[in-house]
Write a protein that binds this ligand. Structure first.
Ligand code: KIV
Ligand code: NA
Length: 275
């Protein structure tokens, strides 16, 4: 399994870091089999798996439940688990308790938190307690309400300067990496050049030191609208819906199950049963 030191080395060597989200055993297994550098158990699970329209309703128990399944599916991949909404804001103590549960109950290798500012002392406290932290700047979905929706961030030079200084502040308090979501690629380039820690981009351009995509977006699993920055590498949802439609049809028509899917009683047992 790779470590935070390996990710730093990869950046130094100019090797891109790959990351994909996973929320259950089979998706984690597929990510590991495909040789992914890191897996993120994102709180995006609230939207793509649980059907909420934001990540706000996701609880720590939800995260742990899914992260445990991911760990079982990807025993040898570095796993980052999102700390959900309002579990790392109230106090250092609350933050440490939340993160401790995630680390101990799910077997995660690191946690991810959104934002800088008031979150910086929390990142520092986590790292002082031995928990690796990935930061997340730009479009931070847990604050979508404040940001005015899911849209491109840091579009002005002032906002860009703020984001660059936030990324440096995250690095300074010890974050091992930073996700940059939905920002102009010119800012990604600057952050990646000015920080030693690797940047992991999503909707942030090719200049990031690595990329992350949401599993369901990448494989086209769901009927949800995907943002411009997503590339669907396949589209499994129509196949899945079509397969279930065909199954329903065959059950109604008694075309399934066939002999091939059925078991038979031995001849002598049949005679004994029916006479
Ligand atoms: O929850 C998530 O999937 C994320 C990624 C989009 C970075 O935070
Ligand atoms: Na997230």
């Amino acid at each position: 399994m790779k470590t935070t030191a390996d990710f730093l080395k990869m950046k130094q060597n100019g090797e891109k870091i790959t990351m994909v989200t996973a929320y259950d055993y089979p998706s984690a297994k597929a990510a590991e089999e495909a040789v992914t550098d890191m897996i993120l158990v994102g709180d995006s699970l609230g939207m793509v798996v649980l059907g909420y329209n934001s990540t706000v309703p996701v609880t720590i128990d939800d995260m742990i439940h899914h992260a445990k399944a991911v760990r079982r599916g990807a025993k040898n991949t570095f796993i980052v688990v999102d700390m959900p909404f309002m579990t790392y804001h109230l106090s250092r103590e609350e933050t440490l308790k939340s993160a401790a549960r995630i680390m101990q109950e799910s077997g995660a290798d690191a946690v991810k938190v959104e934002g800088a500012g008031n979150v910086l002392p929390m990142i520092e406290a986590l790292i002082e307690s031995g928990i690796p932290v990935m930061a997340h700047l730009g479009l931070t979905p847990q604050s979508a309400g404040v940001l005015g929706g899911f849209k491109v961030q840091a579009k002005t030079a002032d906002q860009a300067r703020q984001l660059i200084s936030d990324a440096k502040a995250c690095e300074k308090v010890g974050a091992f990496s930073v996700v940059l979501e939905c920002i102009p690629q010119q800012i990604t380039e600057k952050v990646s050049a000015e920080c030693d820690i690797p940047t992991i981009g999503i909707g942030a351009g090719v200049q990031a030191d690595g990329q992350v995509l949401v599993f369901h977006d990448l494989v086209g699993f769901g009927d949800h609208r995907v943002p411009k920055f997503v590339k669907k590498y396949t589209e499994v949802y129509p196949d899945i819906a079509g397969a279930i439609r065909q199954y329903n049809k065959e059950v109604k028509a008694e075309a399934f199950p066939t002999e091939a899917h059925s078991f038979n009683l031995k001849e002598e047992e049949r005679i004994s049963l029916y006479g």
